[in-house]
Design a protein around this ligand. Structure first.
Ligand SMILES: [Zn+2]
Length: 55
């Protein structure tokens, strides 16, 4: 599972497919609420605030 900014969404999808050998589901963090999980403050690949959840 990765959280990524706009710029790194494609990188995260590629990495996900390499690791899990299947395409990920992608959620927009703004439109998704989690009860027992707080989104990390930073993108998986850089210091930008993340926008997408790749799972
Ligand atoms: Zn990023």
């Amino acid at each position: 599972m990765f959280v990524v900014c706009n710029k790194h969404l494609e990188d995260a999808i590629e990495e996900f497919i390499e690791v899990y050998e299947q395409p990920p589901d992608i959620y927009e963090l703004e439109k998704t609420s989690f009860t027992e999980w707080t989104a990390p403050a930073k993108c998986h690949c850089c210091d930008e605030p993340p926008k997408y959840l790749v799972v």
